[in-house]
Design a protein around this ligand. Structure first.
Ligand code: PPE
Length: 309
């Protein structure tokens, strides 16, 4: 999806012009993929723009770096302050997507990375619905990928590692080329893991099930966590259980969750229509509450917002 440039990017502690936030071709992460990133959204609220679950995202960035043995030189508080500054300085009053990136820069070549300089950037720009407005409203067509998710013994799946997204790109391109909107990846043991940039939920009646991130080799999604809380608050039962491919075909409803994608109904999986092929009542209820929470119109979840005013 195209990027709409804004004015400033936070780069190693300074606000620099958008065009100046560049790196050398011999930056370590470009060659070996050892780096970590986040995806965060800010939304307009009645009290001004607010970033959703900012602290949790910056904590996960720290965890990703710890796992990769990258010494992130900014604290969670400093990164949170920087993110707020980026939203403010770019006048992103209608909301935006924020992309923090920690990468290894220019200095050394060779796989051993502990002597490479660490660079940290936070960019932000307006970004629409990742899987399209039509997908958010009416659902997306999913395909089980021929690529399996990384085995957690091959890649640390709890870390949002730059290089790990090669697996996602392969699956995404395969699905789109085959005429679908998005891919679902099975894990190394054949259980459902996650999508290329989203977690997945299925609904049986009024019971909601999602794969346990650690066992499934999936990212521990912050949206997955928000939806679990919201659904339980709405009175639904939510459990973390391993799912097989045919459990998806048997579902009454299904949806995916992620910061970029938000909450998107699944219309079909491998051309098997999910439920009635239209977003079901449980999906619609959690989706509506999620959109109210991020937009600051559901007071119960106001502590998830960091105002940028
Ligand atoms: N799984 C993967 C593999 C993943 O990349 C994401 C986020 C999630 C699950 C959901 O996590 P959370 O955002 O905390 O609910 N993917 C980010 C990057 C997407 C992209 O394509 O780029 C995002 O949604 O910002």
């Amino acid at each position: 999806m195209p990027i709409t440039p804004t004015k400033k990017i936070w780069f190693d502690g300074q606000l620099v012009d958008w065009e100046q936030a560049t790196t050398h071709v011999l930056s370590h992460t470009l060659h070996y993929g050892t780096g970590a990133f986040e995806g965060i959204r800010a939304y307009p609220t009645p009290k001004g723009p607010a970033i959703f679950r900012l602290r949790e995202h910056m904590e996960r960035l720290h965890l990703s770096c710890k796992i990769l043995m990258i010494d992130l030189p900014y604290s969670v508080d400093e990164l949170c302050d920087a993110a707020v500054e980026v939203v403010k300085v770019n006048d992103l009053v209608n909301g935006c997507y924020l992309r923090p990136l920690v990468y290894l820069g220019y200095g050394e070549m060779g796989i051993y990375h502990l002597n490479s300089p660490v660079n940290t950037a936070i960019a932000a720009w307006p970004w629409g619905a990742y899987l399209g407005d039509e997908g958010v409203a009416n659902g997306v067509r999913m395909k089980i990928s021929s690529w399996i998710r990384h085995s957690p013994v091959a890649m640390p799946t709890a870390s949002k590692t730059v290089g790990g997204y090669v697996n996602s790109s392969l699956a995404k391109v395969e699905a789109v080329k085959a005429g679908y909107d998005e891919a679902i990846l099975l894990g190394h043991d054949g259980h459902v893991s996650e999508c290329t940039g989203e977690n997945l939920f299925v609904v049986y009646g009024s019971s909601i099930v999602t794969p346990p991130p650690s066992e499934a080799g999936a990212l521990r999604g912050i949206t997955q966590n928000s939806i679990t809380t919201i659904a339980r608050d709405l009175g639904y039962e939510v459990s973390f259980e391993a799912l097989r491919r045919d459990d998806l075909y048997a579902a009454d409803e299904a949806f995916l969750t992620g910061t970029a994608a938000e909450v998107v109904p699944i219309a079909s999986v491998d051309d098997r229509v999910v439920g009635a092929g239209q977003p079901g009542p449980v999906t619609k209820a959690v989706q509506a509450t999620y959109f109210a929470a991020v937009r600051g119109t559901e007071p119960r979840y106001e502590n998830w917002l960091t105002y940028c005013v």
